[in-house]
Design a protein around this ligand. Structure first.
Ligand SMILES: C[S@@+](CC[C@H](N)C(=O)[O-])C[C@H]1O[C@@H](n2cnc3c(N)ncnc32)[C@H](O)[C@@H]1O
Length: 396
């Protein structure tokens, strides 16, 4: 492996892998069809299938050989880049790393490359993934890494307790646990107080068992809403792993052009006095200026909306979509200093516009615009008082 000293470790690693993100889906498919024709068509067919069985076949198909596997990774290469930059900027100095669900080893090999003093182990249940991972490590000349084909649920039979001072999982546990990745909720606080944890969260106990006392668990799971992230933190806490909210963060990236955000959750065995809801507030509102007019979305919008108080309802519209459980409401509220136009869906959609008090006209037209967008698809109920608002929700 020839080191280029003018590049950062991350840049050098991505250069060695020729891993560049596809800018959009057309570019992605043109590229892989051009290079791998038949395999690419096979892969495309599986991806477009909704069946669970076919979804499971995706990994063996995409990992038929390393060249194809690395080309498929261009779909998520910007995510990998943002993640690797975050890891390389963080002050970790691990000596033994376990990567759960390592797949073709792109991230596992990155850890071995970034931390040459550490010993790295990757496990995955598919043999094709492990074969690609071994080949990648060999191509990169990495000698501080090994891979095992293993189901995570059996991992404690193969490693002693306290074997690792860093355990990582990236987009894996949605395939292991039965937790609903898209919970239905109007308020993250109510959801966290009432939603039961999925019964199999106990699988996370193995992470705690394998981790040294001062070890760190770095999870970057598919947690797309504040409720899903809060529930993940609660599941960790139930197994005595505690999120260190000030070290956790969000990374931003694009996937074939679509802008996305993902939390990186840092957890350790050290108990924290910070509740999950307080931790979420810290995380989502980090770097957000409360006194700013502007537009906010997802968890930031929800937490900011609840934070801005006291507030009075001016007007709202509830939309109940026909033949679906999806519901959304759009509302205008005022505080002493702002107008808030808040859109909130029961599946995690959140949007907040903060306007100056003088712009009520603008607020009304934004509300009408948002409600009109869906007027054809659902039943609309309008309200102007808190009691009418409560009644509209109870009626559904
Ligand atoms: C979405 S991929 C993510 C791979 C890798 N962490 C990355 O980000 O590049 C999920 C991986 O988890 C693996 N996986 C799912 N369930 C598993 C289990 N029970 N034990 C081990 N690996 C599992 C799959 O085989 C797949 O390779």
């Amino acid at each position: 492996m020839l080191k280029n000293t003018t590049l950062t470790a991350v840049e050098e690693y991505f250069r060695l892998l020729s891993l560049e993100a596809s800018e959009n889906l057309d570019e992605f498919w043109d590229h892989i069809i051009g290079r791998h024709e038949q395999k690419a068509y096979e892969f495309e067919e599986l991806l477009s299938s909704a069946s669970k069985e076919n979804q499971r076949k995706v990994y063996p198909i995409k990992n038929q050989d390393l060249a194809f596997s690395l080309d498929v990774a261009k779909m998520v290469a910007d995510f990998y880049l943002a993640y690797c930059k975050w890891v390389s900027d963080a002050p970790f100095q691990p000596k033994r790393i376990l990567d759960v669900g390592c797949d073709n080893g792109i991230l596992t090999c990155f850890y071995a490359f970034l931390y040459p003093e550490a010993q790295v182990v990757g496990i995955d249940r598919t043999k094709e993934g492990i074969r690609c991972a071994r080949e990648l490590a060999k191509t990169l000349g990495l000698t501080n890494i090994s891979f095992r084909q293993l189901d995570y649920r059996e991992v404690d039979q193969y490693f002693n307790s306290h074997s690792f001072d860093m355990i990582t999982s990236v987009r894996v546990f949605h395939e292991i646990l039965s937790t609903n990745p898209a919970p239905i909720y109007w308020s993250v606080e109510d959801f966290l107080n009432t939603a039961p944890l999925s019964s199999d969260y106990k699988y996370l106990e193995v992470i705690r068992q394998l981790l040294t006392e001062d070890g760190v668990y770095l999870s970057t799971e598919r947690l797309e809403t504040s409720a899903a992230l809060g529930q993940w933190a609660n599941m960790l806490e139930a197994t005595n792993l505690f999120v260190t909210w000030d070290r956790s963060s969000f990374i931003e990236f694009h996937e074939t052009g679509a802008t996305k955000k993902s939390p990186i959750v840092v957890a350790t065995k050290s108990p924290t006095a910070i509740s999950t809801i307080e931790g979420l507030k810290m995380l989502y509102l980090r770097n957000v200026d409360f006194e700013q007019f502007g537009s906010y979305s997802s968890g930031v919008a929800e937490i900011l909306f609840h934070q801005l108080a006291p507030k009075r309802l001016v007007k709202g519209t509830l939309i109940v979509f026909e033949d679906h459980w999806y519901q959304v409401r759009y509302e205008i509220w005022t505080t002493d200093t702002f107008i808030l136009v808040y859109g909130c869906g029961n599946m995690g959609y959140r949007k907040l516009e903060i306007l100056p008090l003088l712009e009520m006209e603008q607020a009304y037209s934004t509300l009408a615009e948002l409600a009109n967008e869906y007027a054809e698809e659902g039943i609309l109920t309008h309200y102007t008082t808190n009691s009418e608002r409560e009644a509209s929700l109870q009626a559904t």
